[in-house]
Structure formats: structure tokens, C-alpha cells
Design a protein around this ligand. Structure first.
Ligand code: PA5
Length: 475
């Protein structure tokens, strides 16, 4: 554990940096932003910042770094018990109830965590089951022993079909093997008052954690939804929350020029107004690969909206695309340098990786290979990130870079908080509700209707009345 994370000088040394030179006309030419555009929108930024301040009390996810001392204590105790008693920890959840736990664990645990022997892992093996592919569920059972596994079922609404199906399946298995003892193998994380999971949890005396009111799925990583999984895997959740607090404070400034989250949002919205309907997120670190997945949901589900706050049809949003540096330099970067000017590329860079790997001498007689020897993987990945940033800029495509001094719980807390604030501020700039998801609900309701859930007769009738598919369009 890092003893320094509350030290002001250390915190400052861990501050994320947003570099948006690559968004500006001076660097990318005609497809970039004019410096005047930044100033000309001042009124719009002021209004959005005022609205963020006014809505702060409703945005309960902003309080998570400040108000969880008690629950953090409970989670830490539970994590150490789980560590002693179980070989595997499985999250059952989907969307906002899964992507955060995956992202943070991948960022902060050993990259091959599950393959390590127990004494090197710092926690039980970790799985997140965020799909209902039958092959995946069957394969999970080939690698875990349910009698030595604890399942954290996470659903804010307490009724999502995918998660409830998984719960039904797992509890049946547990009941068959352990009888009443099954309840020791299931933790419920859900809304305190609403939904079916809380009823099941109460009726069966399950260990239960709450997703606080006003904390929606994709904004819930820093509450028990994400904190339990992180603590179980040995991650310092207090440092994670401290990083989020640091960023939240930094982002209390109203002017985008002093607020990295607001600036990032303003840049994306200006780019959207210029027709950039695609936002690529490209971390240069395997540890951050699933942060890109988490961000993609946050950005897509929050901003992809049909109507604005005044009821106008706007069909707004920006399609997030995930890429991984350097891997996707060899698959997507051709498009980013020579393709249409319809995207913003956000690189996530890391200054200091957690390992140093030097490239040794081995084939000194072949000059075109030997030039690599003596350098390091660290130098190589950094050079490739800078070279790609240069190539994208030179080709006139807008880009920006967020740099983490290191990947640690503090900087990941900062990054999560920054992206959440960026998304909320973009929602204000676009005058939409960034916190609902009517499009997702529509799919959920159609599934309920298809599977015969009570109260969905009307939806069932609507589905029946939908035009039948035409065979001539199927080859
Ligand atoms: O962000 C959201 O609200 C959604 O992605 C939800 O997290 C997702 O649909 C799962 O919902 P629930 O946690 O209610 O099962």
C-alpha cells in the first residue's frame, strides 16, 4: 500500500495532464479548432458550469469520494474474509454493473492476475460475467469450483434479465450442492428499496451493499459496485477514492481553461459541431484497455439521445471507438491518418510504466534489427505513442492526449472522475439528460415481453404487430 497518497506534493506529482494542441488549427490545419472558437463559446460554458453547480446535489456520484468511510471499512473487512475463505470471486452483472469492476481490476492488478499462484495474487481468482452466452456460463463452471467461490450479483434496478438469469442459475447450483449454505456464497449489490434483488437478499439474509440513490449504473464504479471487486483483488480503494477526490476538487473551477474535464467536454462538443461523430479512445497501456470499454459505455449511453431537455428531436451523441496502442496502430491507425475527418482521437499516455524491460543484444550482425538492442520496451512504446500522435496531427486529424504519470489507484481514481465529469458537462453543453437511458430500457422491455414477463402484454402485442421480415432480403 502506498503511504504517500495523502501527501499534497505527491498528489500534485500524480496530476493527470490534458494536452489538446492536436485539436487546434495551428497544428492540424483547416479541420482543427480556431482559438477564437474557444473564447466565443464562453457564455455557453458559463451556463453549463452554472447548471453543473446547481445540479451537484442531484449528481450523487460526485459525493462518493467523500461520503463512504463506513462502507469502505465494511468492504475491507469483507474482502479480507473472502480472501481467506474463497478461491474465486465472480461478479454477475452487466453494463454499468460490470464494466467498472473489469476496468479497475485490469488497470490495477497484475496483468495476468488469474494465472498467478494464490500467494502472488493478493486475492481470489476474479471473473466478471457480463454476458449470457450459454457457452460462457458453461465454461466458467469448468474453471471454478462453486463450493469455493463467492458471487457478487450486482444490479441497481434489481431486475435486469441477464443478471437475474445468472443469479437463478448459480443459486440453483449452490442450493443443490450446499442446501441452505448457499447464502454464504452470494453477495447482493443493489438499490436499497427498489427491485427484486433486494427482496431476495432480505428474504435470504444475504450480505448486501447498496448502490446509493442518484448513482446510475455507468456512474457507479466508485460505490460498492466497483469497490468490493477492487478490494477483493487487493487494490487500495481508499487511494482510488482519494484520486477521485483530487480530480473532483481540480474540476470545481468553472472555466474550461482551468478544468480538464470541462475542457475535454468542450473540445469534443465543438468537434461534434464540426461533424466529428466518432470519438476514438486509445490508451497506450494494456492495463488501461478496459478503461476504454468503460469510457465507451459512459460516453455512448450518456450522450446518445433522441431528444434534448426541451423536447426537441436532436439525435445527438458521438460514437466511441476503442483502440489499444500500440496494437491497433497495425489495424486502425491507417484509417485515423488517411480516412475521413469525422473523428477525434484521444490518446491516453503513461509516463512511467510499472516495469522496465530492456531489449537485449542478440543479432548484432543484422543492423536493421540490432538498432533496437539497448533500447527498452518503455522507450519503444513511448516513441510509438508520440510518433502516432505526430502522424495523426500531421495528417490534419484532431487529437488530444491525457497523460497519467503512472498507473496507480490514485491516478485511476482521477481518470474515472475526470471522464464522469467530462460526460456530465458534455451533457449540459448538449442540453440533454446524460443520466437516463431510454434506448436501453426499450430493449430490456422488449426482452421482458418476449419472455412472457407479467405486465408486458402491450409491448408483446406491439412486437407481434411489427412487420414480418421479408425473405427476399435474406440471402
Ligand atoms: O448505465 C446504466 O444505467 C446501464 O448500463 C446499467 O448499468 C445496465 O443496464 C445494468 O443495469 P442494472 O445494474 O440495473 O442491472
Amino acid at each position: 500500500m502506498n503511504a504517500l497518497y495523502k501527501d499534497a506534493a505527491w498528489q500534485k506529482s500524480m496530476q493527470l495532464k490534458l494536452d489538446f494542441n492536436g485539436m487546434m488549427k495551428q497544428f492540424v490545419g483547416e479541420h482543427g479548432l480556431d482559438p477564437d472558437e474557444l473564447n466565443k463559446n464562453k457564455e455557453m460554458y458559463d451556463a453549463a458550469a452554472a447548471s453543473m453547480a446547481a445540479k451537484r446535489a442531484q449528481m450523487k456520484w460526485r459525493e462518493l469520494p467523500y461520503n463512504q468511510a463506513e462502507v469502505v471499512g465494511r468492504i475491507k473487512k469483507l474482502a479480507s474474509k473472502i480472501n481467506k475463505e474463497y478461491e474465486a470471486f465472480v461478479v454477475l452483472g452487466i453494463g454499468g454493473s460490470a464494466l467498472g469492476p473489469i476496468a479497475v481490476q485490469q488497470a490495477l492488478s497484475h496483468l495476468r492476475y488469474n494465472d498467478l499462484p494464490k500467494e502472488k495474487r493478493g486475492g481470489p481468482r476474479f471473473y466478471v460475467e457480463d454476458n449470457i452466452d450459454p457457452e460462457r456460463m458453461a465454461s466458467l463452471l469448468d474453471v471454478i469450483d462453486v463450493e469455493k467461490t463467492i458471487f457478487n450479483v450486482i444490479t441497481k434496478s434489481g431486475g435486469t434479465s441477464e443478471t437475474m438469469s445468472q443469479l437463478l442459475y448459480i443459486t440453483r447450483l449452490l442450493k443443490d450442492k450446499l442446501g441452505d449454505g448457499w447464502t454464504k456464497h452470494v453477495i447482493a449489490t443493489t438499490d436499497e428499496h427498489k427491485g427484486n434483488l433486494i427482496k431476495i437478499a432480505k428474504a435470504n439474509g444475504l450480505e448486501t451493499f447498496f448502490v446509493p440513490d442518484g448513482v446510475g449504473g455507468r456512474f457507479s464504479e466508485l460505490c460498492p459496485v466497483g469497490l468490493i471487486a477492487a478490494a477483493v483483488c487487493g487494490i487500495d480503494i481508499e487511494e482510488l477514492l482519494e484520486g477521485a477526490k483530487y480530480m473532483d476538487t481540480l474540476c470545481s473551477a468553472a472555466e474550461p481553461g482551468k478544468n480538464p474535464a470541462y475542457m475535454a467536454a468542450a473540445l469534443e462538443v465543438m468537434a461534434m459541431q464540426k461533424g466529428c461523430n466518432v470519438g476514438v479512445i486509445m490508451p497506450y497501456a494494456d492495463s488501461l484497455k478496459y478503461i476504454a470499454d468503460w469510457y465507451a459505455q459512459l460516453w455512448a449511453e450518456s450522450l446518445g439521445k433522441k431528444t434534448d431537455n426541451s423536447g426537441n428531436i436532436v439525435h445527438t451523441g458521438q460514437t466511441p471507438v476503442k483502440a489499444l496502442g500500440v496494437t491497433d496502430q497495425h489495424s486502425q491507425v491507417q484509417l485515423y491518418t488517411e480516412g475521413p475527418f469525422d473523428k477525434v482521437i484521444t490518446f491516453i499516455a503513461v509516463d512511467r510504466y510499472r516495469n522496465d524491460v530492456t531489449i537485449p543484444h542478440s543479432f548484432d550482425d543484422i543492423a536493421d534489427v540490432a538498432f533496437l538492442s539497448g533500447h527498452s520496451f518503455n522507450e519503444l512504446i513511448k516513441s510509438e505513442q508520440l510518433a502516432t500522435e505526430y502522424a495523426v496531427t500531421r495528417s490534419g486529424h484532431m487529437n488530444k492526449t491525457i497523460t497519467l504519470p503512472e498507473v496507480n489507484p490514485f491516478t485511476i481514481g482521477e481518470l474515472l472522475c475526470m471522464f464522469e465529469l467530462q460526460t456530465a458537462f458534455a451533457g449540459e453543453l448538449l442540453n440533454i439528460n446524460a443520466f437516463d437511458q431510454p434506448g436501453v430500457e426499450e430493449g430490456k422491455n422488449a426482452t421482458y415481453a418476449m419472455l412472457g414477463k407479467r405486465g408486458y402484454d402491450e409491448k408483446r402485442a406491439e412486437l407481434k404487430a411489427a412487420p414480418a421480415k421479408m425473405s427476399e432480403y435474406i440471402v
